[in-house]
Ligand binder design. Structure first.
Ligand SMILES: Cc1ncc(COP(=O)(O)O)c(C=O)c1O
Length: 346
């Protein structure tokens, strides 16, 4: 930490690419990926599919594009999609479910982002029964961003997957931070691939690549998703420059997520003891979420005051703050964050 530089806990998306990524990008072998001829993209897609035990992968520009391509490839206009009520795909993707796929979302509330099987069962509608929309897709999120990086346990994912498949629904797992879940619960990645049809993960969050996400799934679905990606304007040409960093991300950046989790846990423990901090959510991965005692609007005010003193965090709601740990913040930044928040709340 340098006093002049801000300590940036807003998101793990602020991470800069590593030297190793920059070298890989500079020397990447490339081709036209819209023609399927970029060897580096092809390699990344193969690696990703193998990791999660899926037939094919598709490199896309962002986590949002991965989610939206997955939805469009697995639904028809007028369908209903069951989502967790505070999921990223529902809250933070600009209404894209409706705008890009013509589907309507059926939000289901949950405790801590972990959906109950019975609640999802109640939300599923059968085609033909009364003039209601038919449910064709269930979207799950793991780790759950707005619920403080909570890990949805594998047995619950499995139960939801079994329910969905028995009702002829496809399951998309928004695993923007699936590697955080894998590391936190010591779960092999392919186990997550077994509880969904498609899965997307981000390369540019904790894994620190500059750009990109990958969608993996059955060959037929991914072939359809490739056409949708082009339709959404996401067909990239010499994208191997970007995929090269993604390969380094998978090879070199997964295990170190444990460091982010340890820092988040330490930060959470310090905030927990701080007067004025309430309702700290369980810290399971790299996200720390808590409320501030006081009136609505306190969190945006504190966000501003923190920023003026060189600590960047994010007001998730009128009283809710979020701090995210990642490779570009360390223990000194955490000390600074704790001391600065204490000063402000005092
Ligand atoms: C759970 C989740 N899904 C999807 C996304 C979207 O990723 P992107 O910002 O790359 O579009 C995010 C971004 O924070 C996220 O947290």
């Amino acid at each position: 930490m340098t006093a002049l530089l801000p300590s940036d806990f807003r998101s793990d998306t602020v991470t800069k690419p590593t030297d190793s990524m920059r070298r890989a990008m500079a020397t990447a072998e490339v081709g036209d990926d819209v023609f399927g001829e970029d060897p580096t993209v092809n390699r990344l897609e193969r690696m990703a599919a193998d990791l999660f035990g899926k037939e094919k992968g598709l490199f896309v520009a962002s986590g949002t594009m991965a989610n939206q391509v997955a939805v469009r490839a697995q639904t028809s206009p007028g369908d209903e999609v069951v989502v967790e009520a505070r999921s990223h795909i529902y809250d933070y993707e600009l209404g894209a479910l409706a705008a890009l796929s013509g589907v309507q979302a059926r939000p289901v509330q949950s405790e801590g982002g972990i959906l109950e099987v019975a609640d999802v069962a109640r939300a599923i509608k059968k085609p033909g029964a009364a003039p209601t929309a038919a449910t064709s897709l269930l979207v799950l999120e793991n780790t759950h961003n707005s619920h403080g990086g909570r890990v949805v346990p594998l047995p619950r994912l499995k139960a939801l997957y079994e329910l969905a498949t028995s009702a002829d629904l496809a399951v998309h797992l928004d695993g923007a931070r699936i590697f955080n879940a894998a590391v936190a619960h010591d779960t092999p990645e392919h186990a997550f691939g077994e509880v969904c049809h498609t899965l997307s993960f981000s390369l540019c969050k904790g894994l620190s690549a500059p750009v990109g996400a990958v969608l993996v799934g059955p060959a037929e679905t991914i072939d359809r998703a490739r056409r949708v990606r082009k339709m959404f304007g996401g067909g990239m040409r010499q994208a191997g420059i970007l995929a090269a960093a993604g390969i380094v991300a998978l090879e070199e950046m997964v295990d170190r997520l444990r460091e982010d989790h340890a820092l988040a846990e330490a930060l959470g423990a310090r905030f927990h003891r701080m007067p004025g901090v309430t309702n700290l959510r369980p810290v399971e991965t790299n996200i720390v979420v808590f409320d501030l005692a006081g009136e609505d609007g306190i969190a945006p005010r504190v966000e501003k005051e923190l920023a003026q003193r060189g600590v960047l965090a994010f007001a998730l709601g009128p009283r809710t703050m979020r701090f995210v740990t990642h490779k570009d913040v360390g223990p000194e930044d955490a000390e600074r964050a704790v001391a600065t928040l204490r000063e402000i709340l005092d």
